[in-house]
Design a protein around this ligand. Structure first.
Ligand SMILES: Nc1nc2c(ncn2[C@@H]2O[C@H](COP(=O)(O)OP(=O)(O)O)[C@@H](O)[C@H]2O)c(=O)[nH]1
Ligand SMILES: [Mg+2]
Length: 398
């Protein structure tokens, strides 16, 4: 008799866990020659999921329980390590515990391993797969898989998100856990695990899967942070595949606040430009007036995003209005710096062109881009140390 251990990560799943675990165990009838066991891995859910799971484990020898720290990656990797050590599985599987993926995927994944694959990947994006989420979540999940596919590869894999997978213990042992960012708090484990499994030589296959909307509870995936991680991880993996061993993922995490600030600033520039054109075309405003309005709109949007995203976790002593006024002034000084830079460059180098043969590029384009790094640094430093200054970090008066 072979054994499959299904790891079910849970965080606040009290309404789902019991029913869902039983459904998973009931799949044994569709897997002749297999014993199905479940390992519930909970991260101290405040809603008491862990207590429910512990009781289930005490009553049923096919149910096991493990309590771990926060994070999906922590739950999955600690869970599989525990499984190998104490439960001795022949096939290792994992599945969301909220019922969004139908349990019928388990026998399909296990059978794929029996066919000789090392890794079976549940996939919404292959023929027969479905993604029945809300439209915005559909776009997000398709988009993040697509980014992984294009930047990181391999192109042959269509789904890099979601946790429904099965693999062999031999493959799991070969995976480089040192390199795998499994302690991160976002869901980056999903694409990263695939990447490392494939690097470890996995023979893999995608199996169509239907992803439903959640019946109970709420999603723990933090969309913006996950997107950021997917993007930087994919670039890191790509560089590695090219033989460039620069730790891009780690470096960008350290510079995370600055990069978020730059992303907000970049978006703000697009907004500025869009409204600039909009006011000229639709209201016939003169360019200078347009620019005044569009820049102010961009400043408002930048402030909003910096406040709710970039510096979200900062404890500051300033209230919203003080921060806003500060940000406004800093931005205006930034604007002044940009104007001076363009002025100086223009009076030094004049109104020339670089001739590329097929097209000419005006110097003034370079003047524009030359303003970005100094203004970014100015805005970031002042807002970082003043507007959103951390309150446990008083300025020293000597
Ligand atoms: N143990 C543990 N499980 C988690 C954590 N975050 C999410 N999960 C579980 O991972 C699964 C997928 O999370 P979910 O919120 O449904 O993400 P979504 O399906 O992408 O919206 C669910 O079973 C969650 O309970 C965590 O920090 N620790
Ligand atoms: Mg879910």
């Amino acid at each position: 008799m072979r054994k499959v251990v299904v790891v079910l990560p849970t965080f606040n799943e009290k309404d789902n866990i019991e029913k869902f675990t039983n459904e998973v165990l009931a799949q044994e009838k569709n897997l002749s020659g297999y014993r199905v066991e479940v390992l519930i891995v909970d991260s101290h859910s405040p809603d008491g999921t862990g207590d429910i799971a512990k009781k289930m484990a005490a009553r049923n020898p096919r149910i096991h329980f493990l309590s771990v720290g926060k994070g999906l990656g922590v739950a999955l990797i600690e869970g599989h390590k525990y499984s190998i050590k104490h439960l001795k599985p022949d096939v290792m599987a994992q599945l969301d515990a909220d019922g969004q993926v139908e349990v019928a995927i388990i026998p399909k994944l296990v059978k794929t391993i029996d066919e000789g694959y090392d890794l079976a990947i549940g996939s919404r994006f292959v023929e027969g797969g479905k993604n029945n989420l809300s439209l915005s979540r559909q776009i997000f999940s398709a988009g993040s898989s697509f980014v992984s596919r294009v930047i990181m590869g391999p192109w042959s894999v269509k789904e890099f998100g979601n946790s429904a997978r099965a693999f062999t213990p031999e493959l799991f042992r070969k995976i480089n856990l040192e390199r795998l960012p499994w302690k991160e708090k976002t869901f980056i484990i999903q694409p990263a695990f695939l990447n490392e499994a494939i690097i470890a030589g996995a023979k893999y296959k995608e199996i169509p899967l239907v992803f439903k909307n959640r019946a109970e509870g709420y999603s723990k995936n933090k969309i913006i942070n996950y997107s950021y991680d997917v993007f930087t991880y994919a670039i890191d993996a790509r560089l590695n595949k090219w033989g460039i061993n620069f730790p891009f993922f780690k470096a960008t995490r350290r510079a995370k606040t600055l990069i978020k600030f730059a992303i907000v600033g970049f978006t703000g520039t697009l907004i500025d430009f869009a409204f600039y054109k909009f006011f000229i075309w639709n209201f016939g405003l003169p360019p200078a007036t347009s620019k005044g309005f569009s820049t102010e709109i961009a400043i408002l949007s930048n402030f909003t995003f910096n406040n709710i995203w970039t510096f979200r976790h900062r404890k500051t002593s300033k209230n919203l209005w003080q921060r806003f006024v500060s940000f406004q002034l800093v931005s205006l000084v930034g604007l002044g710096i940009a104007v001076i830079i363009v002025k100086v460059l223009d009076s030094t180098f004049g109104n020339g062109f670089i001739d590329l043969g097929f097209r000419k590029i005006a110097y003034n384009n370079f003047y524009f881009f030359a303003t970005i790094p100094p203004v970014l640094i100015w805005n970031f430093v002042v807002n970082h140390f003043f507007t959103w200054r951390h309150e446990d970090d008083p300025i020293e008066v000597t």
